[in-house]
Design a protein around this ligand. Structure first.
Ligand SMILES: [Zn+2]
Length: 106
């Protein structure tokens, strides 16, 4: 899937809303959207706000710091459902810390 295709529901074409991968169960629950979906439309389909557990942190797209992410997207990815911060290790942790550092500098 290309990052530049735009949201398949609202047509929003802002790359910083797509730099994530959710678990396949979540994608299936959302009706298996074709292509990319902005976080807002995915949440509308699910009827709830996403949290860190919903994202697939095995996939570099989810944590790689070189991808731009909106504050909305990052706010969903930062914390688990219980409010605790996402727990990562290795390269995912290093990259994610860079993402958060950039956010703090804005
Ligand atoms: Zn959308």
């Amino acid at each position: 899937m290309a990052l530049s295709d735009g949201c398949s529901d609202c047509g929003l074409d802002i790359n910083d809303e797509y730099a994530y991968m959710v678990h396949w169960q979540i994608w299936r629950e959302a009706g298996r959207p074709k292509g990319c979906m902005c976080i807002g439309c995915l949440e509308a389909r699910l009827g709830r706000v996403l949290t860190a557990e919903d994202f697939n942190w095995e996939i570099p797209l989810t944590y790689r710091s070189s991808h731009g992410r909106s504050e909305r997207l990052i706010s969903r990815m930062r914390f688990n459902r219980d409010g605790s911060p996402v727990v990562l290790s290795g390269i995912a942790l290093e990259e994610w810390n860079l993402v958060l550092r950039e956010l703090d500098n804005v």
